[in-house]
Write a protein that binds this ligand. Structure first.
Ligand code: 6GU
Length: 246
């Protein structure tokens, strides 16, 4: 998969050299290219923002540098990318959207600073390409770079061969399957006693059926406590008699 990011803070994307994404790049599974938007600014101060029409606080990113930058990025590859525009006014970034994006050969991210990008840029590329305005949650960040790090990590770990063990995202919170719509429960490792605290007996029993049942119950309990909205939204057919007793 190819990923391009156009930003005024290329150094903000340095974490893409580390850990899972960094290793995927080193292995050639991900081709990540970071571009400095100011390379397409033309005045001596490399200006990329201006005051908003209609007045109001803050600044708006000018359309010309974005247009030139995106034209250059588009011309540098084969076919058409999906363009992901991070914005708190976008559609929610969900595991479902991460799965959808992980199936695309090419993504272009356009993180903005200030009050956002001149609307005409989104319209111009939206007429020709699949442009998705995406929010990572109900809070406001100073720019879209941190959301790009979040989205790239969520997408990259779904690519074939990027996670060591394909089974390790089968029961992720929010992954479809037997634990559909439930958050993951607690996990334990050695030592068997730490600061006087033991391990739930069932995990030491070797009884796989009982262990699966216990994990399902813990997942259900945790979901009911932390995300009651997920329980209310779920298909009642996904619940069993035991769930109703918890
Ligand atoms: Cl994608 N951008 C910004 N600036 N703030 C956000 C966001 C995105 N998602 C949630 N808050």
């Amino acid at each position: 998969m190819r990923l391009d990011v156009v930003t005024i803070f290329p150094e903000y994307l340095e974490p893409l050299n580390v850990s899972l994404v960094g290793k995927a790049r080193a292995r050639g599974q991900l081709d990540v290219r970071i571009h400095d938007l100011r390379d397409w600014a033309h005045d001596k101060h490399n200006t990329v923002d201006d005051t908003p029409y209609g007045g109001g606080p803050g600044m708006v990113m000018k359309p010309e540098p974005w247009g030139e930058a995106l034209d250059a990025v588009l011309a540098s590859g084969e076919g058409e990318p999906v363009v992901v525009v991070p914005t708190p006014s976008g559609e929610p970034f969900t595991q479902q959207l991460a799965v959808e994006l992980s199936a695309k050969p090419w993504l272009v991210f356009t993180p903005a600073r200030y009050e956002g990008i001149d609307r005409r840029v989104i319209e111009e590329y939206g007429d020709r390409l699949d442009v998705r305005e995406v929010s990572i949650g109900d809070y406001v960040l100073a720019g879209g770079e941190a959301p790009v790090l979040v989205m790239v990590e969520a997408v990259a770990r779904l690519l074939p061969g990027v996670l060591g063990n394909a089974a390790s995202h089968q029961d992720d919170s929010f992954a479809p399957g037997a634990m559909a719509d439930l958050l993951e429960g607690p996990v334990y490792t050695k030592p068997p006693e730490w600061r006087g605290r033991g391990i739930p007996e069932v995990l030491l029993s070797g009884h796989h059926g009982k262990i699966a049942r216990w994990r399902r119950d813990e997942a259900f309990r945790r979901t009911a406590r932390n995300r009651p909205d997920l329980i209310e939204r779920a298909d009642p057919a996904a619940f069993d008699k035991k769930d109703r007793e918890l």
